[in-house]
Design a protein around this ligand. Sequence first.
Ligand SMILES: [Zn+2]
Length: 236
Amino acid sequence: MPLVLRVDADKPYGRANVGEKILSKVCENYWLPQMASLGYLGALEKFLVFLREEDIYSHIYFRKCTLPTLGWKGELLLEGHKIGLHAEDTRTVDTLREELKTLQRHFHLRQISSFTKHGSGCWKSGRNHYPLYEPDKYLRWADDLGVPFLFGNGEVKTAEDVTGESGFYPNMYWIDRLHQSSDMPGFTEAVQWAKQGGHVIVIIHPCNFVGDSEVDKNMRKLVAFSKEEGVSWITK
Ligand SMILES: [Zn+2]
């Protein structure tokens, strides 16, 4: 059985150094032109190159502040990936609908496959961000809006956590240093669970893949091991 990759395009200018962190913060909290010369969506582009080399397709979630610009160099690399909304303003079903409409207008030729929620539920991150994480509400709204809410923001800790109900998977296997240092199981376990029939949803942020060598290393190890074990990556 498969591994599924969820990619959250969180940081407009990355977070590999102080300069990138400041640019991303300004962009999230205020406004900044989207300048390729300053590295706008550069981390996502690099991550997409990696996925293309590994022949892996994913679900990619964009915030309003990380939408690709016209002529963005990574555009062709999006081919074959599923495009979704990384929702920020989830005060009401109407604010969520507005964000979905913005994304739909932006990707006018592409189907919006699903949405996820930005943030852990604890703190506000960006001017449009409503910090509460309320998955039960999103599941109801997904029915109203006709756009599925596939993936939650929980953590996989045991084999039982990889199961989902009615197409919703509440827990992710996080490729992030923060999570890897807690009680997250090792990547070999995650691959074995997928092999035994679970749907293991792996989540990664391109800004961390590019900005944190541990995250890069862990992702590459996970991919290499999945191939050794013959476990495929699918976009469910
Ligand atoms: Zn996020």
